[in-house]
Unconditional design. Sequence first.
Length: 254
Amino acid sequence: MIVPEALQRLDRSTRWQLESSVEVQTDVGHPQGLMPWGEHWLVSTVHGDGRGELLVVDIDGAVQQRQDITDGERFHPGGISSDRGRCWVPVAEYRPASTTTVICVDVELRTTARFGFDDHLGAVCDLPDDTLLAVSWGSRTLYRLDHEGAVLDQRTNPNLFVDHQDLTVIDATTVVASGLGAIAAPDGRVQLGGLTLLDVDTLSPSFEVPVQAWMPSGRVATYNGAHVDTPDGVRIRCIVDDQSAAIATWVERS
């Protein structure tokens, strides 16, 4: 269960403590999405040889199942979120303003192509009212879709802080997005990590907060796929770094 008020208590001074880190026992490529999958984790990832893949990873980091989801020139999966025994996964061309095949995945990791979409969708989440919230490349456009891909609403994203990389559903009206941005500085680019509460009805941010937690590589913790929950304070589970990766847990500390 995720409590929006717990997220809204965060601020730029919130400290994040690395609570655990479990190495994933395979080359994970460049991970895009992370979500609970029964007792395991579901990871969406793209490999450098042009393959999209889903991995089911157990709590010890062992890969229990994997499924290739490449669809020709569409091989870039995105962020994912669902808690209803299925998952909707965008598989797009690896460039902005392109095309996406949205697939539905069941508990056995069987995939069904549901619809094509005329944009690069970088993340999709399944809402309790049987609609989808989706974001474009860099999350510059926010979409509300039905299960056949019809656009119910769309808005230009007013958030100029971070690009949404992954999504976690809170309820029918609220989604928490994790992601990153970058700014130019005299000595190079500076990465910004952050969380955003998205209002599903207005397709707009209702709250934003920086996340100052870092991977061993120096990337922000929310660079790749992430799942947010609030068992006792706010906890962020992240798929850390590329190729040789780990699933790490950061918890807020006051």
